[in-house]
Design a protein around this ligand. Structure first.
Ligand SMILES: [Zn+2]
Length: 476
């Protein structure tokens, strides 16, 4: 309404102005190229105004005309964007419907049509991966990694590709880059942790555990269990003469997890090497009470223990008393009796163990008992044969890939998994480590590699069962 009034006011003023100009007295004459124009000042002013108006119209028209290609272009990009978005939509549906090949084709077309690579490239990469076209996936992911807007997603995709191809070195570098860009997700930190430990980067692995705790991915207990294993490996990685460094890490590891047989065995061994026998036996005893394992007794070897036989036996008695009913305690007691030459006591203990459950170690012990008794060689061989037919019961093996390990270790050499090397029953050959060195020495060299079918003595097809033992002895 105001604009309308304003418009009428302008028109009225213009009419008044024109009328005023036309009413002006006087004359104007112009001579140009042989033409002569006589007119009044009002008409002249009107002619000048009219001329100005026409020029303005022409300029406007010209500007509109030169803008046409840009306008047409904008309209074209609009059409391409609409088509591109439609193709993206189609590709996403096809991905959901399990048709990655079609999805990839449509995603690539969409990427060409759209001018928004941060929108279209992730879809191309996803479709390429789903279709198994890894070359295309890597090409697109690398382009994404070069674009600051999509860099993190690009690196994350390349990380998955590196993991898929088993390229752990590249994967580690990428995982570190992605974490440095702020990705502290549960999944990424778990991947980074696995890669660091697989590379035996103990300090970096400890750092990741800290981040996992900060981001509430790990409970404090689980974090401490992990730290204990990592610190033990860190201690092992130091030179053997660096007793102070080793002890420092192992002490901390022991504090984090005082019952893990691998951790405690290593700590006790280092304590014994540093002539701290009392402390070594103390930590062994505490661990034995909760989780007895033959490796714990490595630190109590006579050559390391540095005690008289009587002192050492007293210490061992205290350890065994911490968990007297456990099978490991009984096996350890029988082993000690054998080592001391107390064959009668060893026989009693082993016989009870066989009644409970025959296992490879127990049958080996019985073979050693028989070897030291009056029984014939065929009885010894029969026990060895039975031993080979039974599962091994103190083997460190990877729960993930099955690889066996001489000692406990935090990371499986074979598959690189963390905390999967555990002790447990396994079938397989007897090794030098099945029983203590003196007993293995007693049984003689070479049996470990003997096949079960060749060890069977003539005339004894079945291994001697405990209940047949007296009969066998009588006929021997
Ligand atoms: Zn493994």
């Amino acid at each position: 309404m105001l604009r309308l009034i304003f418009f009428f006011v302008i028109i009225a003023l213009a009419a008044l102005g024109i009328t005023w100009m036309l009413e002006q007295q006087g004359s104007v004459s112009m001579d140009y190229a042989g033409y002569r124009i006589d007119t009044t000042p009002g008409i002249l002013a009107l002619a000048v105004l009219l001329f100005g108006f026409v020029v303005w119209l022409l300029i406007s028209l010209f500007l509109k005309i030169i803008a046409i290609p840009a306008l047409l272009g904008r309209a074209g990009q609009g059409r391409r964007n609409r088509r591109g978005l439609k193709l993206m939509e189609q590709a996403m549906l096809e991905l959901d419907e399990g048709e990655p090949k079609k999805a990839l084709g449509h995603a690539i077309k969409a990427d060409k049509l759209l001018d928004r690579p941060s929108l279209s490239q992730p879809l191309v990469a996803k479709a390429a991966i789903a279709h198994g076209d890894h070359d295309k996936a890597i090409e697109v992911l690398e382009a994404m990694a070069d674009n600051p807007q999509t860099r993190r997603a690009g690196l994350r995709g390349l990380l998955d590709e590196a993991l898929e191809q088993g390229d752990d070195d590249t994967a580690l570098k990428l995982a570190r880059d992605v974490a440095a860009m702020g990705d502290k997700s549960r999944q990424l930190l778990a991947i980074l942790f696995d890669l660091e430990v697989a590379h035996h980067h103990w300090n970096e692995a400890l750092n990741v555990v800290g981040q996992q705790v900060n981001n509430k991915h790990l409970t404090a207990d689980l974090a401490n269990e992990r730290r204990a294993l990592i610190l033990t490996e860190k201690a092992r990685s130091l030179p053997s003469e660096d007793h102070i460094g080793r002890l420092q890490h192992l002490k901390e590891a022991h504090k984090m997890d005082p019952t893990h047989a691998g951790v405690v065995a290593e700590y006790a061994l280092e304590l014994a090497r540093n002539k701290q026998q009392n402390k070594a036996f103390k930590v062994i005893k505490e661990a034995w009470a909760k989780n007895p394992h033959p490796d714990l007794l490595h630190a109590a070897q006579p050559e390391l223990a540095g005690l008289t036989e009587k002192e050492r036996n007293k210490k061992l008695d205290q350890i065994f008393a911490a968990n007297p009913e456990h099978r490991e305690t009984k096996i350890a007691e029988a082993t000690r009796s054998m080592e001391e030459g107390n064959i009668q006591k060893a026989r009693e203990l082993v016989t009870k163990l066989l009644e409970d459950e025959p296992s490879q170690r127990v049958c080996m012990l019985m073979a050693a008992v028989e070897k030291e008794s009056i029984a014939g060689e065929h009885v010894v061989r029969a026990w060895l044969a039975k031993a080979l037919s039974l599962p091994r019961d103190n083997v460190w093996a990877c729960s993930d890939c099955g690889q066996e390990h001489e000692h406990w270790q935090a990371v499986c050499d074979h598959c690189g998994e963390f905390a999967t090397v555990m002790t447990g029953g396994r079938s397989g050959q007897v090794t030098e480590k099945t029983l203590s060195a003196p007993i293995m020495g007693l049984l003689g060299e070479g049996f470990a590699t003997t096949q079960p079918n060749t060890i069977h003595p003539e005339g004894i097809d079945e291994p001697v069962a405990p209940e047949d033992y007296e009969e066998t002895k009588a006929t021997a």
